[in-house]
Design a protein around this ligand. Structure first.
Ligand code: NAD
Length: 289
């Protein structure tokens, strides 16, 4: 079987071109989509994510603001800034980069964001709306995965879908979205017994664990659509940086069995920031109405 390789860079580029056109049309009517990103501390990975988010906004003709605080900033200072951004008409989306330092109550901070500006979709009100099948903001990574299904014309109705991972940012919302598309959904996690029993039944397999190449070909049903969310660094002295990035799926061995599969890198990764732009644009379009 020749699998379709679901190219996240190409799909992201196509969607971002559409967002830029929509953003410019909206700006011409007086509303430029605006995203504020708050970063606390100096975690290098978080700094790179924030930089890429702001750069994504600029390329799409969005307004963006980056607010950086030192690690020891008081939580109240960040809460006051969120309150200010909640009231700022230039800002349609607010994002607090996680993880926050230990002295923060992350739930409290996320709940302080106005639900209509919560472009990550982590506020309880937005989680509830997703559960009820009336999403306002869909968390960016699973939202991006749904775009692959649309693009590849994957028939989800009645399909057996297995999601490995139950985090609030990936696994749980992914399961909800698949359920909304009439899949029969199984969610597996670290305490699941006989994972392979479940994965071998899956027409749609989404891996969101964070364990390099844990899914090999004997775990995958022939003809399945496999979405690899995992991002794992593995040592590779031959690689320029001394490491390589691999997914949770052994791509080279699994791909020949699949109908479609996302690579790592170049699959789900590029879609996540793209869907942050989608959520910001949707928020701006709603506020302009
Ligand atoms: P997490 O650590 O919050 O959740 C991991 C989940 O995997 C947990 O629910 C846990 O129960 C499950 N798990 C752990 N070991 C398992 C095992 N042996 N068998 C079955 N399940 C097991 O992680 P997360 O934030 O959901 O991210 C998951 C992966 O996706 C990570 O590699 C992360 O880097 C990656 N990620 C990628 C993107 C992207 O844009 N591509 C976005 C978010 C996360």
């Amino acid at each position: 079987m020749t699998a379709t390789i679901l190219d996240g860079n190409a799909l992201a580029q196509k969607l971002r071109a559409d967002f830029k056109t929509r953003a410019e049309a909206l700006a011409a009517k007086g509303t430029r989509p605006g995203l504020a990103v708050i970063l606390v501390g100096e975690d290098p990975a978080s700094a790179v994510y924030v930089r890429n988010k702001v750069a994504g906004c600029e390329k799409a003709s969005f307004h963006s603001e980056k607010i950086v605080y030192p690690t020891d900033v008081a939580q109240d200072v960040v809460l006051a800034k969120i309150a200010e951004l909640n009231a700022d008409p230039k800002i349609h989306g607010i994002l607090v980069q996680l993880p926050l330092p230990k002295h923060f109550d992350s739930d409290l901070v996320l709940e302080a964001i106005a639900p209509e500006k919560d472009v990550d979709g982590f506020h309880a009100e937005n989680v509830g709306a997703l559960m009820q099948g009336q999403p306002r903001f869909i968390p960016c990574t699973p939202y991006g995965v749904t775009k692959f299904f649309e693009e590849a014309g994957v028939n989800l109705k009645g399909a057996e879908a297995v999601v490995i991972g139950r985090s609030n940012i990936v696994g749980k919302p992914m399961a909800m979205l698949l359920l909304a598309q009439s899949c029969t959904v199984t969610v597996c996690h670290s305490q699941s017994k006989d994972l392979a029993f479940h994965t071998r039944r899956a027409d749609i397999l989404v891996a969101a664990v964070g364990r390099p190449r844990m899914i090999g070909p004997d775990w995958v049903k022939p003809g399945a659509t496999v979405i690899d969310v995992g991002i794992n660094r593995v040592d590779d002295p031959a690689a320029p940086k001394g490491y390589r990035v691999v997914g949770d799926v052994a791509f080279d061995e699994v791909a020949p069995k699949c109908r479609a599969i996302t690579p790592v890198p170049g699959g789900v990764g590029p879609m996540t920031i793209t869907m942050l732009l989608a959520n910001t644009l949707e928020a701006a379009e709603r506020s302009a109405k």
